[in-house]
Ligand binder design. Structure first.
Ligand code: ATP
Ligand code: MG
Length: 311
């Protein structure tokens, strides 16, 4: 799997440069629903839903989306864990002004239990810091793997696990994408962000031939719903035409000054102002997620299978 991932990174490097020429082709008519409030449906069978948030380009809003989606889910009464898969940058911790002392690495090394590393926030969600110190889950020894599986299982009473990743195909991002029920891909309307988002979609398509996962697009920092729809039409059409891949348009988030103010204050914008434009968009997005039910084979057990080959 290590070799495969290295190969993928190489493909990513090649394909993203190819991808730069393709997106200009289609600006077409995919019928995409606008983000709107939706009746809330509980995930099928009450299973844990694993949502990986990723992007091609950095700085497009992954961590903001992860944390604030978690809060929107918590407002619906869900038990939510946010896992920071990119400890190097400690994104989630910084956004919540918290410094977890331990991370998944300590769990894998049996130095700590999941309970000991999980940090409750004041906002009704819990966070788990990712495992810096090992680059691939596939590199774990059999014993480490067993420890990790046993401890991960203690997260199975969560309704939702949101995994915030670093941008692009690096370290264990692909593992986490593979493990997810839903991969939420974030882009902004910037051409570079769109091209890179297309690049990561292409990698996912190349890597996972019979991908049994919902690929979902969020367009962040838009000025209007029309601008977002234009971006998503372009992306979903190209993914369909060139990759034969279905990408669902999950919604958009307005460019909103509250977001950067919230980041500076190290508090989620959903807490600073649950009625600001960005917060309302996030709540719509979560409403739409709830409407798209978890597929039968999804959930926690299959996450373990996809991560480790067996549960
Ligand atoms: N909807 C928005 N409106 C205004 N500003 C935004 C919005 N979304 C993100 N930003 C700005 O972009 C910055 C980066 O956001 P964030 O840290 O969530 O991105 P990221 O994709 O997680 O970045 P990285 O790739 O470095 O992890 C924020 O600090 C904020 O200033
Ligand atoms: Mg981030």
């Amino acid at each position: 799997m290590e070799d495969q991932a290295e190969k993928l990174r190489e493909i990513m490097r090649q394909k993203t440069s190819e991808a730069k020429t393709e997106p200009s082709a289609a600006e077409a008519s995919a019928r995409v629903a606008e983000a709107r409030p939706a009746p809330v449906v509980k995930s099928k069978n009450g299973k844990t839903r694993i949502i990986t948030v990723t992007s091609g380009k950095g700085g497009v809003g992954k961590t903001n989306v992860s944390v604030n989606m978690a809060l929107a889910y918590a407002r619906l009464g869900k038990k939510v864990v946010v896992m920071d898969a990119d400890l190097g940058l400690a994104n989630v911790n910084v956004m919540l002004n918290m410094i977890p002392k331990y991370n998944l690495y300590h769990v894998i090394r049996k130095q700590k239990t999941m309970k000991e590393i999980m940090v409750e926030t004041n906002y009704g969600i819990s966070i788990v810091a990712g495992a810096s110190g090992f680059s691939k889950i596939a590199n774990l020894t059999e014993e480490e793997r067993q420890n990790f599986i046993e401890e991960l299982e203690t997260l199975s009473n969560a309704d939702i696990i949101i995994i915030d990743t670093s941008a692009g195909v690096s370290s264990n991002v692909l593992d986490f994408i593979a493990a997810a029920d839903d991969a939420v891909i974030i882009t902004t309307p910037e051409p570079t962000a769109i091209t890179d988002a297309y690049g990561i979609i292409k990698i996912i398509a190349t890597e996972y031939d019979n991908l049994n996962m919902g690929l979902k697009l969020v367009v962040n920092r838009v000025k209007s719903a029309a601008e977002a729809k234009k971006v998503s039409d372009r992306m979903t059409t190209i993914a369909g035409q060139f990759l034969n891949l279905k990408v669902d348009y999950l919604g958009y988030i307005y460019d909103d000054a509250t977001v950067s103010q919230a980041v500076l204050r190290q508090k989620p914008f959903m807490i600073i102002d649950p009625k600001c434009k960005a917060s309302l968009c996030i709540q719509h997005i979560v409403g739409r997620m709830e409407k798209s039910e978890l597929r039968e084979s999804g959930g926690f057990g299959s996450m373990l299978k996809r991560l480790f080959g067996k549960a």
